[in-house]
Design a protein around this ligand. Structure first.
Ligand SMILES: Nc1ncnc2c1ncn2[C@@H]1O[C@H](COP(=O)(O)OP(=O)(O)O)[C@@H](O)[C@H]1O
Ligand SMILES: [Mg+2]
Length: 360
């Protein structure tokens, strides 16, 4: 029977696709390139004097880009501003939940392998409410403007759970498949199963990062993968559909490998920029205030582009008065600028903010 985009695709086959060489030469070549870029990134992440900078910043940027693919639009600036309070407008809150979902997933796979249950908890955190496998029929992927249906995912909670069990088994199958090729296949499959009423794209993209960590290709969630995907969003949607419609697996795999490689390279460039910004500011901060010799203070200035008197006082174990003196000295030295949001006074490391938010 031919696949019909309007009819729930209950026949969605389990992975791996049969009768197809998944690793022809061009796939192997793209996989090697992506693996090399990723290995360089993982190493550079380890070499940063304070890896918290990346572990704090990249998931926020990733959250912004991945949410933007779903038209939930906020700015990186807003996200950094509200990173600790969880506030901001609706889109900002939702992207902050996405960031939390990344951390939930990273913690979860420290204790047990990635499963359907992990996906459910990721989706729940990013949606901010308990999510479960879709039980109601009628979910469609359609063009919002024209209503044209591109894809109808399988229906029936039991059937969806079965397909997810197959997906789980494939994720952890002990065969010779390259882990990045496995990621590409698994991401398609997760999206095609579309287990939730909403949040499937974002949950699937969190899982991409988790698969890299499980495979030992990354230690922390420091790959800015969704930025690369959003830059080619039309291809992303077109190729997902082409796998279903015409078994265009090789194009899809190469697309995902390219996304991993490109994002590893651009994240690496960002690390370089953060490092030089960090070194430069450390020198100037030492000259501007005695606080500039406090290791905790310097670390804080870099972990978060927005600082508050209270958090500095707490972390550096100094009085509010001292914290305020240090921060204001850096304002006078033009290293920080002062902004007021409501009743709150924030100190912005604008050079760092600039480095974090500009495209690499
Ligand atoms: N033709 C398709 N087949 C399977 N999955 C698709 C297709 N087109 C888009 N998708 C996936 O569906 C996601 C959107 O689903 P949705 O549940 O609304 O997720 P979110 O709420 O995170 O946007 C896209 O991000 C993409 O990953
Ligand atoms: Mg959605």
């Amino acid at each position: 029977m031919r696949w019909n985009p309007e009819v729930p695709y209950n026949e969605l086959p389990a992975l791996p696709p049969v009768g197809l060489d998944l690793e022809p030469k061009k796939v192997l070549k793209a996989a090697i390139d992506a693996r090399t870029a990723l290995a360089t990134l993982a190493q550079a992440g380890q070499m940063l004097p304070n890896p918290n900078i990346l572990i704090h910043a990249v998931p926020l940027l990733e959250a912004q880009a991945s949410s933007e693919i779903e038209n939930i639009v906020t700015t990186a600036d807003e996200l950094f501003k509200h990173a600790d309070s969880g506030g901001g407008d609706h889109a900002t809150k939702e992207a902050l939940q996405y960031r939390n979902a990344i951390f939930t997933g990273v913690e979860a796979i420290k204790n047990r392998p990635l499963t359907t249950a992990t996906a459910v908890s990721i989706c729940s955190v990013l949606q901010g409410r308990a999510m479960d496998i879709r039980a109601i029929s009628g979910t469609r992927i359609a063009n919002p403007a024209t209503g044209q249906v591109f894809y109808a995912p399988p229906e029936g909670a039991d059937l969806i759970r079965e397909k997810l069990s197959d997906w789980e088994r494939f994720v952890h199958a002990e065969d010779e498949l390259d882990p990045l090729v496995r990621l590409a296949l698994a991401h398609y499959q997760f999206e095609a199963i579309h287990p939730f009423h909403d949040g499937n794209g974002r949950t699937g993209r969190v899982i991409n990062i988790l698969m890299l960590i499980e495979a030992g290709l990354l230690n922390d969630p420091i790959l800015y993968l969704s930025r690369a995907i959003i830059a080619r969003k039309n291809d992303y949607y077109r190729l997902l559909r082409a796998v279903t419609a015409e078994d265009a697996w090789i194009e899809w795999i190469i697309f995902m490998l390219d996304m991993v490689g490109e994002s590893a390279t651009s994240t690496l460039r960002k690390i370089g920029a953060i490092r030089s910004c960090q070194e430069d500011i450390a020198v100037r901060a030492r000259a501007a205030t005695i606080g500039g010799r406090d290791a905790q203070f310097l670390a804080m200035l870099f972990e978060r582009p927005y600082s508050r008197i209270n958090t500095v006082a707490e972390r550096c174990e100094v009085s509010r008065q001292t914290a305020s003196t240090w921060l204001h000295a850096l304002v006078r030295a033009e290293l920080l600028s002062e902004v007021k949001i409501g009743r709150e006074l924030l100190f912005v490391n604008h050079e760092l903010l600039d480095v974090l938010t500009r495209p690499e």
